[in-house]
Design a protein around this ligand. Structure first.
Ligand code: UFG
Length: 355
């Protein structure tokens, strides 16, 4: 029988790509989303790509009664939890909104999961939980220190990781905690991608909006860092590679479940929960100017930029050491930065035609 997975935030940027890959891999998927940073058209585009429209509920995780109704309608084997607000700048202005939406919503989700005996989860965390400074910011490993987050958005990810440890320790949950670096790219069909409301905060959506002519130029935040060309260096991972990491993580949860059952026979009272963290990144950094140069090749023209002062809170270099995921999950990124930008460009050109 098909396994049924609940995907929270399943109409968002990463969630929508995950829905596609999980359905393609034979899972039954149920989506919940409050449509706060996406729209229902994404569900139609998912249906166009996979010739099938997954069951969708429009709901905010703050609505616990609504959540219980959904859990009582389905028999979930597990949850992939993407839902959450994610704009770093906005989180500093609207702290309560982020705490409520991301943390309280997640507490409701976890309580409902426990009530219905759904104890397998993949959580979408972020590299932002690492305690980084100018000395330790390269080749980040899962064992690097976390905490002392620099913004409320990061705090919500950090707190949720701690909540999950409680469920693992005391309720035997099987948890895979995935720390993403900088997701970019789009579905190869050009039907799904990242289209933030308003002016984008992140580099590639901004570059794309300059390329379409919607914005006039991109500001490069600082060219005096100690990097290859003075601009900030990040680890840009393609969204499809990223969701493939989730598939591998799910396989690990399923294998652990089988192993857990066998162990349970021997020691009935043993807690067989587990909590495993994996970085998902390419493992190498690309500078802002390198990104603009690749984008220039893809779009066939020079994207205008000006050098601005450094953005507060930014670090010179942040990239992952993803060797744990490579080894244990048997996962590797396959898609080049150029291909990611080509797919994004396809997506943005289609949006432009619609306007
Ligand atoms: N940048 C510019 N101009 C822009 C936007 C960004 O020069 O208009 C630069 C930044 O200074 C940085 C790089 O491009 O050097 C990447 O910036 P992003 O805003 O795209 O991404 P960040 O690395 O700052 O943050 C991202 C996510 C966060 C997450 C963090 C984890 O946006 O949600 O990675 O490391 F927390």
């Amino acid at each position: 029988m098909k396994k049924t997975i609940l995907i929270t935030g399943g109409l968002g940027y990463i969630g929508s790509h995950a829905v596609i890959e999980f359905v393609k891999s034979g899972y039954e998927v149920v989506i919940i989303d409050n449509l706060s940073n996406t729209n229902i058209g994404v569900l139609d585009n998912i249906a166009k790509i996979i010739n099938y429209k997954p069951k969708f509920y429009e709901i905010n995780l703050i609505n616990k009664t609504g959540l219980k109704n959904i859990f009582s309608n389905h028999n979930f084997d597990g949850v992939i939890h993407f839902a959450g607000l994610k704009a770093v700048g906005e989180s500093c202005k609207n702290i309560g909104l982020y705490h409520n939406n991301n943390i309280v919503g997640t507490i409701n989700l976890f309580e409902t999961m426990e009530k219905y005996g759904v104890r397998n989860i993949i959580f979408s965390s972020s590299a932002t939980v690492y305690k980084v400074n100018s000395e330790i910011n390269t080749g980040l490993k899962e064992t690097n220190l976390t905490g002392d987050t620099s913004n409320p958005y990061g705090t919500t990810k950090f707190v949720i990781e701690q909540l999950l440890k409680d469920y693992k320790n005391h309720k035997s949950w099987k948890v895979i905690n995935l720390r993403y670096f900088n997701p970019i790219g789009a579905h190869t069909s050009g039907l799904l991608g990242e289209n933030p409301n308003g002016i984008p905060n992140n580099l590639l959506p901004y570059i794309m909006k300059v390329a379409t002519g919607e914005l006039s130029e991109i500001g490069v935040f600082g060219n005096d860092y100690d990097t290859v060309d003075g601009t900030g260096v990040r680890d840009y991972i393609d969204v499809i590679d990223l969701v493939r990491g989730h598939l591998k993580a799910w396989e690990l949860v399923e294998n652990q479940n089988t192993k857990g059952k066998m162990e349970k026979k021997k020691v009935e009272s043993k807690n067989n929960g587990f909590f495993e963290t994996f970085n998902l990144g390419v493992g190498k950094g690309v500078s802002v100017l390198e990104m603009i140069n690749i984008a220039n090749k893809v779009v066939g023209k020079d994207i205008p930029y000006t050098i601005k002062s450094r953005r507060s809170g930014d670090l010179a270099i942040v990239y992952s050491d993803s060797s744990k995921a490579n080894k244990i999950l048997g996962w590797k990124t396959k898609i080049s930065t150029m291909e990611s930008i080509e797919n994004s460009w396809k997506f943005y050109k289609k949006l432009k035609i619609k306007d």
